[in-house]
Design a protein around this ligand. Structure first.
Ligand SMILES: [Cu+2]
Length: 306
């Protein structure tokens, strides 16, 4: 019997030690900013205030409560198994109610949930109350890619597909960016409040990016809204997070955070009508062709013959 108790104690200690090691190892492994890290534990590092607060809620509020409750229940189980098995307790007690215990196990969970709710609602309100907006972008989910619009900058929809595996390799990018790298990123300025209006055209998708704590459903016929303020320059990756069909895993979200000057330059480049820029070299190399083709234009027959 004593040996059994010793064994149980040893098991409990081993479990506690394992849990501590796992928790202390988590921050060291979760090093990659803006993308997943192989073998890491914990949430991706934060690059926006919402995510900082979401991590606080998870690490400082939920995780300790979950750990304490799990260990408490594990202890109760072990105690029951050891103390009240048939050999140790051949004559079981016959009572079936205990008012005090019943009140405790009703009131304590209510208090725990109320405590969690204080932090949970604070975070929910923060997600909901968008601060003064500096930039509005619209993200539209399609089967299976994203379209980005900048209504205030008069930039029409930019199609953002997944970058093919061979293109990721050809660009010299790490293999881990396959299925995260997009052909066109969503470009935003750093330290500016970006409002993202999220919708979809065909089925429900979800606009999600862990480093900014974003996860908003893209629902056809509805305009959802979320926001972020990227606190550093860099490239951040997310993925559609609503099972939306066969190519669900192939519609990444890439957000490129740049300085205001770089953003202005990018806006100017997107605004410039592409036709003249593309036509310029062609026009330069065919100056002779233009006069000859111009007189030919009225004569439909000769143009057709050519
Ligand atoms: Cu999707």
């Amino acid at each position: 019997m004593k040996a059994k108790v010793k064994g149980m104690r040893w098991l409990a200690m081993a479990l506690a030690a394992g849990l501590t090691t796992m928790m202390s190892a988590a921050p060291a492994l979760a090093a990659n900013m803006g993308q997943p890290t192989d073998g890491a534990l914990g949430l991706q590092p934060a690059a926006s205030p919402l995510k900082v607060h979401a991590i606080f809620f998870h690490d400082m509020i939920l995780l300790p409560i979950i750990t304490v409750i799990s260990l408490f229940v594990l202890g109760l189980l072990i105690w029951c198994i050891v103390r009240f098995n048939r050999k140790a307790n051949p004559v079981p007690a016959k009572f079936s109610h205990n008012t005090f215990v019943e009140i405790v196990w009703t009131v304590v969970p209510v208090l725990i949930l109320m405590f969690i709710a204080i932090f949970s609602f604070r975070l929910l309100f923060e997600y909901n109350d968008t601060p003064k907006v500096d930039l509005t972008v619209k993200a539209i989910g399609y089967q299976w890619y994203w379209g980005y619009e900048y209504p205030d900058q008069d930039i029409g929809e930019i199609t953002s597909n997944m970058m093919a595996e061979e293109d990721v390799k050809a660009a010299g990018l790490p293999e881990s960016l396959y299925r995260l790298k997009a052909t066109e990123p969503l470009v935003v300025p750093v330290n500016k409040v970006v409002r993202v209006q999220v919708t979809a055209v065909d089925v429900i998708h979800a606009f999600a990016l862990p480093a900014f704590g974003l996860k908003t459903d893209a629902v056809p016929g509805r305009l959802n809204e979320t926001w972020f303020r990227a606190d550093r320059v860099g490239t951040f990756y997310g993925q559609c997070s609503e099972l939306c069909g066969i190519n669900h895993a192939f519609m990444p979200i890439e957000i490129k955070v740049v300085s205001q000057a770089d953003f202005d330059a990018w806006v100017a480049s997107k605004k410039a009508p592409p036709a003249p820029a593309a036509a310029a070299p062609a026009a330069a190399e065919t100056p002779a062709a233009t006069p000859t083709s111009a007189p030919a234009a009225p004569s439909g027959a000769s143009a057709a013959n050519l």
